[in-house]
Design a protein. Structure first.
Length: 248
């Protein structure tokens, strides 16, 4: 994933997407758990809506920042009837996603596009969306809000979204404590000290953070409701919400 405003490579992006996929779970505790929880939350919401509306069409999901294809792989294998649109501006990451999803036999239900959401044109309203580990790369509160509003505009009313992002206030005592623990976690999992330092120095350069409470306000302003936190690990927070029924 690249910083969507500056075009600079993020500290998570490796020389190739395969290395990213191999290393990301060593950097983020509970990385796979995020996607297990995402699966159950989206599934529960879609099953509820199917009962209420007697929906016959198979769900279509929008994946903003598809990365190496992790959420599509997880959801696609669990739900043979679901189809996916994945947007990812990094060519290396997109190639990795194509390889992983192709090897899993999922590409007949997946369309991947090398673009950011703002540059993508579609008239389809989707049944659910994900935006995992993306928003901290978007610079500025208004740009984060614009991205969330753009996602909401592409969802059916009542559709769920799952997202996660690094949150916090750099330089505060709480921040320093969490970062110290995160450093030990990464080093203990084989991440090199210089790679940690690159990550640590990225805040304010390629990563642009808001406090978790402010992120929840953004979701509300963007037209989402039923906002709740489903994941937390060091400075990473994850939320689930639904597009308000009265939103166009």
């Amino acid at each position: 994933m690249k910083d969507s405003m500056s075009g600079a490579a993020s500290p998570w992006e490796q020389a190739d997407g395969d290395q990213y996929v191999q290393n990301i779970s060593r950097k983020i505790p509970g990385y796979a758990l995020q996607y297990d929880l995402l699966d159950t939350l989206i599934t529960a919401r879609l099953e509820e809506r199917e009962k209420q509306e007697k929906q016959q069409e198979k769900p279509r999901l929008l994946v903003v920042g598809a990365g190496g294809g992790q959420e599509i792989l997880k959801l696609g294998l669990s739900h043979p009837g679901w189809s996916f649109i994945g947007l990812e501006p990094s060519p290396g990451m997109l190639r990795t996603a194509e390889q992983r999803l192709g090897a899993a036999g999922l590409m007949d239900r997946v369309e991947l596009y090398p673009v950011e959401l703002a540059a993508w044109r579609s008239c389809v309203l989707y049944d659910a969306a994900t935006c995992m580990l993306v928003l901290h790369f978007v610079q500025g509160r208004e740009n984060k809000l614009a991205l969330l509003r753009s996602i909401a505009a592409r969802l059916q009313p009542g559709a769920p979204i799952c997202l996660s992002a690094i949150c916090g206030v750099p330089g505060t005592p709480a921040w320093e404590l969490q970062m110290a623990g995160w450093r030990l976690h990464m080093l203990g999992n084989g991440i090199a000290e210089d790679e940690w330092q690159t990550f640590e120095q990225s805040f304010g350069l390629t990563s642009h953070l808001l406090p978790a409470a402010e992120m929840e306000k953004l979701l509300e302003e963007a037209g989402f409701t039923a906002i709740s936190r489903f994941f937390g690990a060091y400075l990473i927070d994850g939320w689930v919400a639904v597009k308000a029924e009265d939103q166009p």
